[in-house]
Each structure stands twice: as structure tokens, then as C-alpha cells.
Design a protein around this ligand. Sequence first.
Ligand code: ADP
Ligand code: MG
Length: 320
Amino acid sequence: MNEFSLIQKYFEQLTKNRDDVALGIGDDCALLLPPPDHAVAVSIDTLVEGVHFFSHVDAESLGHKSLAVGLSDLAAMGAKPAWFTLALTLPELDETWLKNFSSGLAKLANEHNIQLVGGDTTKGPLTISIQVHGFIDPTQAMRRSNANLGDMIYASGHLGDAGAALQLALQQLSDDALTDDDKAYLQQRLERPTPQVLLGQNLVGLATSAIDISDGLVVDLGHILKKSGVGARLNLDNIPLSTSLTKLDAKVAQALALQSGDDYELCFIVPPQHYAEVEKRFKGQVTRIGMITDDDGLFYIDGNDQLIELIGTGYDHFRH
Ligand code: ADP
Ligand code: MG
């Protein structure tokens, strides 16, 4: 097998064909037909072995996660997925690995009707880059710069699960309180995150701003606050935790929910005229966690009525 037969065997027919792809894999470029009156939302993410995933992680999960992180960016903008490209750097030609990787990738892609339209294949340290493309009305996109004083802050799902799984794997967290089911649940939250693609699209017109939580709530919400020139207060008792996470020490669970990344839930901002609608439509799916204020930064009020600032400690590749 060579580079070209590898592409043909594993990637050429990987995903379902879409009508808006005039030409897919196999030429120098793909030819794509975006709908009129929409912007193409574009985002790229790279996963590097040993940095973003453990070497022992199974290839099927890795295929899933490589696309999930990109879909999550589309979700955070409110965009509808359409196409993606894949740049794959492989240390060796391992057909078992390729079969499992492409299978995980294809399953998630076909769930979201996103078509693989091209890529690049090279030899070197295992690295996966995926660029996703989606459609959005540019006037309605949930930009980070749109939060205003008096808006409410919401989060989807549960926070901190992926961070707990990572700390368990690194033996930085005791698993004494957790059952095998809890551990399995947390591990799949880390290795097979669910991008909130439908929620993102359904929030368009209701939420003004959104971000997906990849680096930790404090850091990611901080991006919205900075871009919007506002502050915020969180109600820490309302931060949504999974049943598994609540079995940990309360302080540990809270720190994970605030500071750990890789959950790929959405944090979004809703203006007063839409609170009621959001809480009715997405009941059980989203939680109100705080409010946009004119404070200088992100704060919470502790048990003694003191205003305490939250400083992000999320992962930064170039810190030190
Ligand atoms: P070129 O040399 O013109 O860049 P390549 O030989 O790299 O072309 O790729 C041939 C075709 O296969 C192109 O259409 C390219 O987009 C596609 N391709 C290469 N690698 C991948 C991959 N990992 N996944 C999907 N498509 C790929
Ligand atoms: Mg090429």
C-alpha cells in the first residue's frame, strides 16, 4: 500500500456525498458550492500525540474526537456543518489503526452530515489536523463580542467531567468514591465528547454570544468578557455537575468544573428578552450560571458576602 492507495481505501468514500460538493477528494482542490446569503464558518484544530491525547488511546475514539472538537467550534458560532478536510501525519502505515480511526471519524461525520472533501497525508509524529466548514447567516453568528450588561450566562450539560478523567489517568485524583460505571462515564466524556451542534444552531436568534468550553469555563468565558468589554458574576452553586463528579470532594469537583477543559459544552449569553424562551425550550439541557456585570473581571460571592475574583488556570501551550 502507498500514499495514494491509502487515501483511496480509507478516505475517498468515507462520508456521505452532499449535493453542494461539485468535486470532492481526488483532484488538486475540492470544489464547494456554499449557499447564497450565508457565510462559510471555518475553523481548524490540531491534535498532537502526547500533547492532546495519550499514545494508548484507541484509534476509533481518536477519530471521533478529532472531528468533535471542530464540530464544537461550529456549534459555538451557531453554524450548520457542511464539509471538512483532514491533514494526517502518521509515523507508520498501520492498517488496523487506519481502519479504526476512519471508522470513528466516519460515524460522527455522518451523524452530522459533514463530508470529507480533501486532505493531506504525510509521514512523521502522529498529528491530526481537521478543518471544518459550516454555514451561518453572518448577522446572526454568536460572536464573542456580543455580551451586554444585564445578560444572563448559561452552560450546557455538565462541566468538569473530562478534566476529572484526565486527572484520574494521570493519577492526580483519588478514585475511591467512584464506581467502575462512574470511571467509564468520565473516560468517555474525555475521549468521545459530544459536540453541541444542534443546540448551537437552535440558540441562534436567542443567544447573542457563545463559546465552547475547551480550555475551562473561567478561561473561555473570560474570552467573551474581554471581547465584549464587560465583567461577570458566577453563582458557583449553579455550575452543573454530573452525578459522577458530585461523588468527589465538593471543592475538587467545583475546581474541575471551573478550570478544566475538554468538555466541549457551550457557554452562552442570553439578553433579558430571551431568558424565558431559552429556559422553556432547553429545560434540563442548559443551566443559568451567572450574569454579565460591569465588574472588572470574573467574580463570585462567597459565603461571607465577599466578592472573589476567578482567575483562569486553564491549559496554555506556551505558558512558563
Ligand atoms: P496534491 O499532491 O495535489 O496535494 P495529494 O496527493 O496530497 O494531492 O492528495 C490527493 C487527493 O487526496 C487530494 O484531493 C487530497 O485532497 C486528497 N487527500 C490526501 N490526503 C487525504 C486525507 N488524509 N483525507 C482526505 N483526503 C485526502
Ligand atoms: Mg497534498
